[in-house]
Design a binder for this molecule. Structure first.
Ligand SMILES: CC(C)(COP(=O)(O)OP(=O)(O)OC[C@H]1O[C@@H](n2cnc3c(N)ncnc32)[C@H](O)[C@@H]1OP(=O)(O)O)[C@@H](O)C(=O)NCCC(=O)NCCS
Length: 388
């Protein structure tokens, strides 16, 4: 019989523009929260998977350092990296270990400390996640690449700058209620439209910001999970896909093919359809990315994402609540930590604990939740489905 896999613990440090602590301390904050209330000691964790994009740290192979600091040695530890999708890739590796019966309890720790670089230096590093011969040296980095997707979407479907701005307006409403988010101020469509242009049509407030932060997700087999916690949340679907690194070789420029493929696999494994999802966390690194995610995940038809946000259907209380924790746009985007933070939010929602953060963000009776986490500009995508 197939082994079921549960998330038993979730944790996150505060996300900040500059944390003022070391990467080991940052990871400890997330680990401590994930272990809180569990009937589990660090020595009972069979493996740790550390997830981080390496180009921001002086520390080489940080998994060794983090495992030592968290008391997880001599059990195996290693680094997993798929840029911004690193920690959900780590969750996928942990899921496979447990499903295959190789390990019973695995901790996935994602982190990034980006504050030692300026935003310009960080963009140059991120550009290395694209084709460094033919694309990034010519300025085609993250904001410019997503701006091209936005332009294509506007041209093909008539999506407007106001609809893009509405995504930030929604996410800022929830970000203002999230004590761990970087940006806790509500902004309006007008604020977004008036903010300075970064890569037209994307303006400052259409973009997420670099941040420092860590997340931790602890997964366990069914047998162990029942001993560790009374509130396991089941990981029932995991899909993953990739696309060409070179944008010039992409066939679709109004959506992310890898997200479409990852979603198909995740829905199939979970035996559910888009209409069964009660709450979702999607990778809104730029406002256009959230609109494309609605379409790529099947929450609406291609081209109807702008209308979905305009009608307010992705607010809590709408057809499909999305990013009720503020999303990357409000929380900040510490690359290796982001996917784990998204999983944490969905687990809170399915346990019915999101109301403790604020009653208005809890999706009442949520049974099935989804995480969509993208690495690079649609280079890697992971889609995960959880059930209460
Ligand atoms: C948008 C961006 C280019 C702005 O960088 P910048 O012009 O160098 O701005 P700085 O980092 O110097 O910050 C200047 C101010 O703008 C604010 N700011 C920066 N980015 C912001 C954002 N995305 N949203 C809101 N405010 C932001 C800063 O807090 C700072 O405010 P302060 O002066 O009150 O502290 C940068 O945030 C960025 O690169 N974002 C995208 C990150 C990315 O691509 N991640 C991967 C996606 S998958």
């Amino acid at each position: 019989m197939e082994r079921k896999v549960a998330v038993v613990g979730v944790g996150q440090s505060a996300f900040s523009r500059s944390c003022g602590i070391s990467i080991r301390e940052l990871c400890f904050e997330a680990f401590k929260e994930a272990m809180d209330g569990l009937n589990l000691s660090p020595k009972e964790i069979d493996a740790s998977i550390v997830c981080s994009a390496p180009e921001y740290d002086k520390q080489r192979t940080p998994s060794g350092l983090i495992a030592e600091y968290l008391g997880l040695t001599p059990k195996p530890t290693f680094l997993v990296e798929t840029i911004c999708a690193s920690s959900t890739t780590g969750v996928g590796v942990a899921f496979s270990f447990i499903k295959a019966g190789i390990k019973d309890v695995v901790a996935v720790i994602g982190f990034q400390k980006m504050s030692e670089l300026t935003s310009a230096e960080a963009q140059e590093r991120m550009g290395r996640g694209g084709d460094i011969m033919w694309e990034s040296p010519f300025g085609i980095m993250m904001p410019a690449q997503y701006a091209m997707y936005a332009r294509a979407h506007m041209k093909q479907y008539g999506t407007t700058e106001e609809q893009l701005a509405k995504v930030r307006e929604k996410n800022s409403k929830y970000g203002a209620l999230n004590p761990k988010a970087v940006f806790r101020k509500e902004v309006t469509v007008e604020d977004v439209l008036k903010s300075r242009v970064i890569a037209s049509p994307l303006k400052l407030l259409d973009c997420c910001a670099n941040a420092d932060g860590a997340s931790c997700i602890i997964l366990a087999s069914e047998e162990k999970a029942k001993k560790i916690t009374d509130t396991p949340v089941w990981l029932v679907g995991w899909g993953s896909a990739s696309d060409t690194m070179t944008l010039a070789n992409r066939t679709l420029l109004t959506g992310l093919t890898c997200a479409i493929e990852a979603a198909k696999d995740a829905y199939k494994m979970a035996g559910v359809e888009p209409k069964d999802i009660d709450v979702a966390e999607v990778h809104d690194c730029f406002t256009i990315a959230e609109i494309m995610a609605y379409e790529n995940l099947g929450f609406c038809k291609p081209g109807e994402g702008g209308k979905l946000i305009e009608e307010g259907q992705t607010y809590v209380g709408g057809k499909i609540p999305v990013n009720a924790d503020g999303g990357l746009l409000s929380k900040g985007h510490p690359i290796g930590a982001t996917g784990g933070s998204q999983v944490r939010t969905i687990v809170h929602q399915l346990r019915g604990e999101a109301h403790k953060i604020h009653p208005s963000i809890q999706v009442q009776g949520a049974e099935t939740g989804l995480v969509h986490n993208v690495g690079g500009v649609g280079l890697y995508a992971n889609v995960l489905i959880f059930r209460r």
